[in-house]
Ligand binder design. Sequence first.
Ligand code: PAF
Length: 281
Amino acid sequence: MQIIRDLALLEQALADLRADGGTIAFVPTMGALHPGHLALVAEARRRASHVVASIFVNPTQFGENEDLSTYPRRENADAALLEQEGCAILWAPEADVMYPDGFETPVAAGPLGAELDGAARPGHFDGVATVVARLFDQVRPDFAVFGEKDYQQLAIIRALAQRLGLGIEIVGVPTQRDADGHALSSRHAYLSEDERRDARALPRALGEAAQAIQLGQPVDETLARARARLEAAGFDPVDYVELRDAETLAPLSTLDRPARLLAAARMGRTRLIDNLPVLPA
Ligand code: PAF
């Protein structure tokens, strides 16, 4: 696996990969890889002849009081994992390569970027849209693979890819969970043992609420019960527990189409998100 930090070298390496007429699947990450990321790489390998991954801790998607400076960074260990999983290229640019002096073309996430996580993290999805557009332009893959754990991000990137018209197919991969049901996340490293135990309430409350809604119980009451359960477990604040259209993420108060149950809440200093599919009978 080649580790590349320079754009000209990236272009040459990509041209070499494409020389045999094969396809490229791309897995963008911010590093601190866990088995959830490796499932994205495995899916990328199934889709295409070659896999390119990136590691870039993108400053423009972190708010002022967020964890940019403490975000876990372990590139050597990440590179070893990516090589083991069969990646051909690790694209690991420095910030001045991603955003050269005078860079002035931010990309807007659109109206969905201001809702749900976007309401709690203003500007976050514009930062994501900007870096993903830059990465797509640099790598020009046939496929790009993202986790369903960041479901709103996935919806925003699907819309972005369509808008950019680069012909990149966006592939979503189901959330990987640990034995306690936690959706795997690099931010779990911040939880204490007690917080980790208490945070099991999140996947449990979502699982119960998804089941209740599928069984026909009223949506609003079920969401309020799930919220109360999270608060009782020590989540503070609970930013949202909502049922949304699985594709457009429009709010739903009845289950009349494929839906997604989404929640975000803070445990201590760690903000956790999770979501589950909810399908009408
Ligand atoms: O999901 C992530 O790790 C990041 O938001 C992404 C898509 C790599 C953009 O920085």
